[in-house]
Design a protein around this ligand. Structure first.
Ligand code: AMP
Length: 209
């Protein structure tokens, strides 16, 4: 059973690809960003703490993140079918926390430049159900509306150029180095994130074997 972590800077298509992979391999897609937005939207205790970090593009404190991930990683479906983790771990502490509860089998890395990342995110649209669209690269069938659930699409508050630059900096400084740790375990597969969504998807499925 596969227990996958997917990495990539903001705008690399990581969330979209994780969603596609989870459908293809019938795994659970665990998106930390989505879990946090859910907690925030539902004004839970954890959501209230997380909100100010998410809006300003800073990392939410590790103990809160660990509480949320433990809740989801051991749910029935994830245990039975495996999972693909998207947006976690994001620093060394989180990597150690994760290691203490589960053994990861595959690590996927989608690579794009910061310049490309900024260009792409300036057109991103998000649905409350978690699906992601892009004005140019992946437009919804009906303007402003999700193809699957019909809800209204919105532009994320943290997709502004200033906040985005901070998020990219955190990725380069804190997240990218932990990939080196997985390299030592020989489980990392890197793919080029610049081609189209189907092409990147084909590379990823091939990498998973
Ligand atoms: P994302 O949708 O993955 O870009 O995540 C959006 C925001 O949620 C980030 O900018 C952080 O504020 C927060 N976040 C997501 N994942 C984590 C994590 N693993 N650790 C801390 N904060 C996180």
């Amino acid at each position: 059973m596969k227990k996958i972590v997917i990495f990539g800077p903001q705008g690399s298509g990581k969330g979209t690809q994780a969603e596609l992979l989870s459908q293809r391999f019938h795994m659970v897609h665990l998106s930390m960003g989505e879990m946090l937005r859910y907690e925030i939207q539902h004004k839970t205790v954890l959501g209230k703490i997380a909100q100010k970090y998410v809006i300003s593009g800073k990392l939410v404190p590790d103990p809160i993140i660990f509480k949320i991930i433990k809740r989801h990683i051991f749910d029935k479906e994830a245990k039975k079918n495996g999972f693909i983790l998207d947006g976690y771990p994001r620093n060394q502490r989180q990597q150690k926390d994760l290691e203490s509860i589960i053994k990861i089998t595959d690590v996927l890395v989608i690579e794009i430049t910061d310049k490309e990342a900024v260009a792409r995110l300036s057109g991103r649209l998000t649905c409350p159900c978690g699906r992601i669209y892009h004005l140019k690269h992946r437009p919804p069938k009906k303007r402003g509306q999700c193809d699957f659930c019909g809800q209204k699409l919105y532009v994320r508050q943290d997709d502004t150029p200033k906040v985005l630059r901070r998020r990219l900096k955190i990725y380069r400084e804190q997240t990218a180095p932990i990939i080196a740790e997985y390299e030592k375990q020989g489980i990392v597969k890197r793919v080029d994130g610049t081609p189209s969504i189907p092409e990147v998807f084909a590379q990823l499925t091939k990498a998973l074997g």
